[in-house]
Design a protein around this ligand. Structure first.
Ligand code: GLS
Length: 831
């Protein structure tokens, strides 16, 4: 390596190599150095923000020492690595996690206290890195935490959006979006790599010629160029020095951006061109589980995929191995279909640029990629119109046709004369215009395809990808049930519960081996342990109550049952059913006598979540929740028996406050629609019980914690199709309780009923999400919750048992499964 220092000089380097700070004083020294030099401030003008920045710079320096060591080790070991390609990394805040994983939490806490600050105040200064929409993006964040914590060599690749998911305000009950410009103050957790610049081309044309060896060579040229610049985010593992890398790409104009115009004095239009380049990575598309076929989105995808592959290949080439060994060194995981262009791009690089034969190249490609599907919802499946695709990426379009041709020939051989099968599995959908089916391309280009919970993995084999099971056999398809990192979702969000568990487990080892939670099960019926357990829940509820008071001005009673549904607002997740249930509860309480009211279990119904900006129905649901909240909370007949709260701008850092405070959380999607869900796991891990449908990971949670420790209701996935059919072809009577709820809304007690017309008619006409079919069963389950919550001891023991059995849902377990059965990689120890 050219830039390496000659051996003779290395001693000096080693002598002065940066060391990790070992104690409080060393931290303070670094802190003050950053205040005085990096920030150019002093003790006379150091506010909480400056203190946060200085502290995070000091911690970041420490991460970089470990990061350098890790990268050197991984380079010299030269073993296979995994690259996790995800358009979303919903990281949240970094500082608390960095302190914990780097093992400097106490040092930092005491260190800043002596200097006149409180650590909690500093942590509050950090904006969330909200580069994702919901579960899919947060899963990627948990996964890279686990890859580092389990010592696997692996990088994440994503986009460095300047605007993350929008900020949500509630105005007059409606969602209003504001841009999330999260980089106002420099981001201490990223290292710009201005030297890593990669040219990316769009548009242009293709041509071919025959070279001197008689080989046909394809060229793609004449397009627009932009540059990808790398920003590295260190990802520290917990309880290990391993610190991996998350590389995020930002788009910049190329150096030669339009010299002609510039020289001709047309500065404005030359600058406009350069601004256009920067918009590629400017903003995250705010849709969850929904495809919107915008050209800029396809540009983002190609930009990110091309930069990442270029980087991966550059690293591979340094080892001077033959191409056929590429899959022995590199595993690439496609997080949903968003990075599927990588399949085509790798084939293009191998065939067009590196002169590898098509068949050999295709073998390398398919051995390299794995594809994770995250949804069966038809509206979420990516299909790009051929004309748009062809214009933006002409050579890629040709290669896709070629891949499709070879694939269909293979199918034809296996199933001669089945023309309909060929039509069904073709990458190109024969519609007008034709469409490129990205999921099919991802399946054909990968050696393994996985779903994210058992039911979901079965469903993809029997519904959307059925024909591919026919073609490839069942072995290509597998399940890896999602998981969550216990570092953030237990220890960081709920430090007291983590401490209590540690007192029984005997150490914090459960944060690395979550199955050790089993050790608390013998204490499920221990009154003293129960008391401590319940006191912590109450503390967390008080913390949330204070937040609610501050943000909504609503007083809630911490002794009431806290019932929480926080997630993206979507019809399939059925927040509408929840709010209809709340209205039913409200009407029921109002009909009670004073004596009867004494038996009511007081409840606080808490909602949170963002709607996609263009999703009318979801926005109407938010409006209804807020309208009900206003009426119910102001009703003197009701008092503390029922409160309804919509917490605005739900995000990762709010989740860390909300989740530990729940008694019951709702995961009530129509059976078969929620691929997995991951917040369900977070709630149970924090001692909350679930009210849920037989869907996604709820099913495996039930298996692990036992049927007594979860409230299940509703129709099963296998009945959904029949029920929908009935709604289409006959008059299904509306559930009578739901009818009363609709009458109440239509009477205007929650304001202008016209606003909710479409919400009601979606249930009364087709009821695609089976709200009416499940409503009675839902109310019954709710009744059981009310009754059971009265028995405090039993409730506590169920909560403890449930937590004791959550070991399976660590993302460390999920990553081990991916490593073993898809990536074929092994951990590397740093010693
Ligand atoms: C999602 C699913 O909807 C969730 O059920 C799943 O838990 C998550 C991670 O696998 O992926 N798919 C999606 O498009 N957004 C999601 O949150």
């Amino acid at each position: 390596i050219e830039a390496s220092i000659p051996s003779a000089s290395r001693q000096v380097w080693q002598k002065f190599a940066l060391k990790e700070f070992a104690d409080k004083e060393e931290f303070q020294q670094e802190f003050i150095r950053h205040v005085e030099t990096t920030l150019a401030r002093s003790m006379y003008n150091c506010d909480d923000l400056a203190a946060y920045q200085a502290a995070s710079q000091a911690i970041r320096d420490r991460l970089i020492v470990a990061w350098n060591k890790t990268q050197q080790k991984h380079t010299t070991k030269d073993r296979k690595r995994v690259y996790y390609l995800s358009l979303e990394f919903l990281m949240g805040r970094a500082m608390d996690n960095a302190m914990l994983n780097a093992g400097v939490k106490d040092i930092t806490k005491q260190g800043v206290e002596d200097l006149g600050f409180k650590i909690e105040d500093l942590l509050e200064q950090e904006p969330d890195a909200a580069l994702g929409n919901g579960g899919l993006g947060r899963l990627a964040a948990c996964f890279i935490d686990s890859i580092a914590s389990t010592n696997y060599p692996g990088w994440g690749y994503g986009l460095r959006y300047q605007y993350g998911i929008f900020k949500q305000r509630i105005v007059d009950g409606y969602q209003v979006e504001a841009p999330d410009y999260w980089l106002t103050f420099s981001n201490p957790w990223e290292i710009p790599r201005y030297e890593i610049q990669i040219d990316i081309m769009f548009y242009g044309y293709t041509r071919k010629y025959t070279n001197d060896d008689g080989k046909v060579v394809h060229v793609w040229e004449g397009g627009e160029q932009v540059q990808a610049v790398a920003y590295d985010v260190p990802v520290p593992g917990y309880g290990t020095e391993t610190t991996n890398n998350l590389r995020l790409w930002a788009s910049k104009p190329t150096r030669e951006f339009d010299f002609e115009k510039f020289n001709a004095g047309d500065y404005e239009s030359s600058v406009r061109e350069s601004q256009k380049a920067e918009t590629i990575s400017a903003v995250l598309y705010p849709n969850d589980n929904f495809y919107s076929g915008k050209e800029l989105r396809l540009k983002q995808q190609y930009f990110w995929v091309a930069a990442s592959l270029n980087d991966i290949i550059r690293r591979f080439k340094k080892t001077h191995r033959p191409w056929k060994e590429f899959p022995d060194q590199v595993a690439i995981q496609l997080n949903d279909t968003h990075p599927t262009l990588a399949v085509v791009e790798l084939q293009r690089i191998l065939v067009d640029m590196e002169g590898v034969e098509w068949d050999e190249a295709w073998k390398i490609v398919t051995s390299t990629f794995g594809y994770t599907n995250h949804t069966v919802l038809p509206e979420a499946l990516e299909k790009w119109p051929v004309p748009l695709f062809q214009n933006l990426l002409p050579r890629h379009m040709e290669i896709i046709y070629e891949i499709n041709l070879f694939f269909l020939q293979q199918v034809e051989k296996l199933f001669p004369k089945d023309r309909d099968l060929l039509r069904r599995v073709s990458i190109i959908e024969e519609s007008t215009p034709q469409q490129v089916r990205m999921a099919f391309l991802a399946i054909i280009g990968s050696h393994k395809v996985n779903g994210v919970a058992e039911l979901h993995s079965e469903l993809i084999k029997t519904t959307i990808f059925k024909d591919f099971v026919t073609v490839y056999g069942p072995d290509k398809f597998m399940n890896v049930t999602n998981g969550i990192t216990p570092r953030r979702w237990l220890h960081q969000a709920n430090p007291q519960l983590s401490d209590l568990i540690a007192s029984k487990v005997g150490s914090y080892d459960f944060l690395k081996d979550l199955n050790l939670l089993k050790k608390i099960e013998p204490f499920a019926h221990d009154p003293k342990f129960q008391d401590e357990w319940v006191a912590i829940k109450k503390f967390n509820k008080a913390r949330l109550a204070a937040h609610i008071k501050q943000s909504n001005g609503i007083d809630v009673d911490v002794n009431a049952l806290f019932d929480v549904q926080v997630k993206r607002i979507h019809e399939y997740k059925r927040q509408q059913m929840n709010i209809f249930g709340v209205i039913h509860r409200y009407l029921s309480i109002k009909a009670l006598t004073a004596a009867q009211k004494k038996d009511v279990t007081p409840r606080v119904c808490i909602f949170g979540g963002k709607s996609a900006p263009g999703y009318y129905m979801a926005k109407t649901i938010i409006k209804l929740i807020n309208a009900v909240s206003e009426v119910v909370n102001a009703d003197a007949d009701i008092g503390d028996l029922l409160k309804v709260v919509f917490i605005a701008d739900y995000n990762v850092s709010k989740a860390e406050i909300i989740i530990p405070a729940s008694d019951i959380s709702q995961h009530i999607s129509t059976a078969g629609t929620e691929a997995s869900g991951t917040s369900n796991m977070k709630f149970v891990l924090n001692g909350g019980l679930i009210l849920g449908t037989v869907d996604g990971a709820n099913i495996e949670i039930t298996r692990e914690v036992g049927e007594n420790n979860i409230f299940l209701f509703g129709h099963l996935a296998e009945s959904v199709e029949d029920l929908r059919h009935k709604h289409r072809f006959s008059d299904v009577p509306l559930d009578p309780n739901l009818e009363k709820v609709f009458e109440a809304i239509e009477s205007g007690i929650f304001g202008d009923a016209n606003i909710y017309g479409s919400l009601i008619s979606s249930v009364t006409s087709s009821d695609y999400y089976l709200v009416s079919d499940d409503f009675q069963s839902y109310l019954d389950a709710q009744k059981l919750v009310d009754q059971d919550f009265k028995n405090k001891d039993t409730w506590a023991s169920r909560s403890i048992s449930a937590v004791a059995n959550m070991g399976f849902f660590s993302s460390d377990r999920a990553i081990d499964e991916y490593a073993e059965s898809i990536w074929n990689i092994e951990p590397i120890s740093l010693d």
